[in-house]
Design a protein around this ligand. Structure first.
Ligand SMILES: [Fe+2]
Ligand SMILES: [Fe+2]
Length: 255
């Protein structure tokens, strides 16, 4: 992989998000869907708050003595996730919701990530990124509130980059494997993804449906990103789309 490319890219992407100026009362507060959306965003906010200590430890153990440039790129990636946490706190406050201190899905997610080494930790993280691309990307179009749309569009753009960052890592891993090894990995990756997708729909499907987003649309977005990821890694003989064309598909107004 090319860690120096990612260091530069994450550094270039540090421009702070500026919430759109909202004059007067926000009509969306009167919408019956506002409270449910605030709760869902609070859950996502909690998921973005982890310090990444274990991930950094795995990286340094995999690339001794100090993790090298990849560790630096991971630090910048984690900093970007922490900026998402701050943005989502702003969104929750804007929606007049309350931040969460714990959630069962977040607890399971953190526990599972520590079960194996660096590769599985990144795989679980990647699975969450694929769910996030679908969640934020769909809501960026669907929620009738400028601040929520703006935050969703910005986070979607960043998350598409995160998937590409992890794809770069996994492409390098699979170069040293026989095709059967990559196929076995791909099968378990897809199984974990399908379970996570089902859990995400169980938790957030009602909220998404209230904005006209069907389960089929959600699955289509998650699985489309997953197919593209597998093609980038070399585990699926499909055509990869560029990160820019990914963005055109998920973000309103992206050129
Ligand atoms: Fe994020
Ligand atoms: Fe991410």
């Amino acid at each position: 992989m090319n860690p120096s490319y990612w260091i530069q890219r994450f550094q270039d992407n540090q421009t702070p998000w500026t919430p759109p100026v909202m004059d007067g009362p926000v009509p969306f507060h009167k919408d019956s869907r506002c409270a449910g959306l605030a709760r869902a965003f609070a859950t996502f906010q909690l998921g973005e708050t982890g310090g990444g200590t274990r991930l950094q430890r795995f990286v340094r153990a995999a690339f001794p003595p100090d993790g090298g440039d990849y560790a630096r790129a991971v630090d910048l990636f984690l900093a970007e996730e922490h900026r998402h946490s701050a943005m989502l706190a702003t969104v929750v406050e804007h929606l007049r919701g309350e931040l969460q201190r714990r959630h069962w899905q977040n607890a399971v997610f953190r526990r599972v990530r520590t079960l194996c080494g660096l590769e599985f930790n990144l795989q679980v993280l990647l699975t969450a990124e694929l769910i996030a691309v679908a969640w934020y990307g769909l809501l960026a179009h669907a929620v009738p509130d400028p601040l929520v749309r703006s935050a969703c569009a910005r986070i979607t753009r960043d998350e598409v980059g995160h998937v590409a960052f992890h794809a770069d890592f996994f492409r390098t891993v699979h170069r040293s494997r026989l095709p059967i090894g990559s196929q076995i990995w791909s099968l378990q990756f897809q199984a974990v993804l399908l379970m996570t997708e089902a859990a995400a729909w169980w938790e957030f499907g009602r909220c998404l449906r209230s904005f006209g987003i069907s389960r089929r649309m959600f699955q289509g977005r998650v699985r489309g990103s997953a197919r593209d990821f597998l093609a980038r890694v070399g585990c699926f003989p499909g055509r990869t789309t560029s990160t820019r064309s990914d963005l055109k598909a998920v973000i309103p107004g992206e050129q």
